[in-house]
Design a protein around this ligand. Sequence first.
Ligand code: MTE
Ligand code: MO
Length: 223
Amino acid sequence: MTLPPGQRAIDGFPRFGTHLHHPPPPVPADPVIELGGALSESHTLSESDRAQLPRRELAADFHCVAGWSATGLRWEGTPFADLYRLRVEPLLAPGVSITHVVFEGLDGYRSIAALEDVMADDVLIADRLDGQPLTSDHGAPVRLVSPGQYGFVNTKHLCRIEFHTSAPPDPDRFSPLAAHPRARVWAEERHRYLPGRVVRPLYHRLIRPIRALSARGSSAPAE
Ligand SMILES: Nc1nc2c(c(=O)[nH]1)N[C@H]1C(S)=C(S)[C@@H](COP(=O)(O)O)O[C@H]1N2
Ligand SMILES: [Mo]
């Protein structure tokens, strides 16, 4: 099995994220995804609306920027490119050209991606993992899955997608640990300024504590 540079396989698929120990947000009774930004009108995508769109099953590994990789995950959901072509493009005024996409979660988390990166055919709005509905730990009701990009792009608990005609401001732009705007795992694009291999040792030491903290806020019953 080949992993991207600087990644190590781990057993299972831990809950992990900047949410740390905070429990996952409750799943709304009638979940929707708002589509907004540079569209001629905003649009609300309900579950039944999403059910009209094509579906795809995908086997993929998942790579966190901290250096762990969960292997052989089986996702199911709506291909992002189909959502874009069928539901977003019809809402673009003539001449408007989208370059960036912002993904927002119910917990307030945000990720920014270049449109071309999330138009890849393995990018899904996923609602099932390994044959089961997505659990809250892994992003219920739906999450972005972009296997070619680090975990931090893969927003969980997705509730809003915003389309932009230029790079939206990244609040961490000037931080030495600012995220890489492309975040492609095979090119080891971990950070905007620091080369990926420089941050590897620091990150590897963070995996254990972040993993333990994240598990504490897990939606699974406490042991
Ligand atoms: N809503 C939300 N999405 C998120 C995060 C988060 O804190 N909140 N963390 C990101 C990070 S850094 C990683 S590695 C993955 C972890 O996904 P998992 O908990 O399913 O393993 O979720 C990403 N998506
Ligand atoms: Mo991550």
